[in-house]
Design a protein around this ligand. Structure first.
Ligand code: AMP
Length: 210
């Protein structure tokens, strides 16, 4: 099962990916998490992308494609994978096709910009493993501490309101056209964001026939 999760920033792609990867026993590949880890580790790629990310802009397509090409070669990807936050542009989708990376399903999580703006203020992520939480909807067992690895939970720089607005604009302009791109290929399934995380997982699993 090779799956893409599409949706605005804060739509719940990361949270759903964590649930789906357990359910489907395939890894999640999150370019956002990979890039944040690169910044934290101070690698060349990290230095190259930090300014784009802090401004809520997209990182250049070639950086993203080479990350994905490397990652899908790993042994744990042999039964499939879930892409979270990638592709983000038509150019990335075309580049993935060109190098032979194909998909069985593309899920778009639909949610209003207003709900996103409300939701982002409560989002926290683990600075060590990248797991995501929400102060109200998905709280950690101990405040400020990751349930999975004990890492510290932080608010992302790019979750501040002005940057969220910019990211939403980027999403509508650059990423939303991918819905049409994958619809034409017969792969698109749109699902509405549900009142709870578990209900949204259920509609996604139903959409992919599980
Ligand atoms: P995310 O964690 O998916 O919200 O991504 C956070 C930030 O990482 C984005 O605002 C971009 O700056 C960068 N990023 C992540 N994935 C991509 C991608 N596929 N293409 C370009 N930039 C990306």
């Amino acid at each position: 099962m090779k799956l893409i999760l599409l949706g605005a920033p804060g739509a719940g792609k990361g949270t759903q990916a964590e649930i789906l990867c357990k359910e489907l026993k395939i890894p999640t590949i999150s370019t956002g998490n990979i890039l944040r880890a690169a910044i934290k580790a101070g690698t060349e790629i990290g230095k190259q992308v930090e300014a784009y990310m802090n401004a809520g802009k997209l990182v250049p397509d070639d950086v993203i494609i080479s990350i994905i090409q490397d990652r899908v070669k790993a042994d744990d990807c042999k039964n499939g994978y879930i892409l979270d936050g990638v592709p983000r542009t038509i150019a990335q989708a075309e580049a993935l096709e060109k190098v032979g990376i194909e998909f069985d399903n593309v899920i778009s999580i639909e949610i209003s910009d207003e709900t996103i703006m409300d939701r982002m203020s409560g989002r926290r992520v683990c600075e060590t493993c990248g797991a995501s939480y929400h102060l109200v909807a998905v709280p950690p067992k101990v405040a400020g501490v990751c349930d999975k690895c004990g890492g510290k939970l932080i608010q992302r720089h790019d979750d501040e309101p002005e940057t969220v607005k910019e990211r939403l604009e980027v999403y509508h302009r650059e990423t939303e056209p991918l819905k049409d791109f994958y619809k034409k290929r017969g792969l698109l399934k749109t699902v509405e964001n549900q009142p709870t995380v578990a209900e949204t997982s259920e509609v996604i699993l139903r959409a992919i026939g599980r």
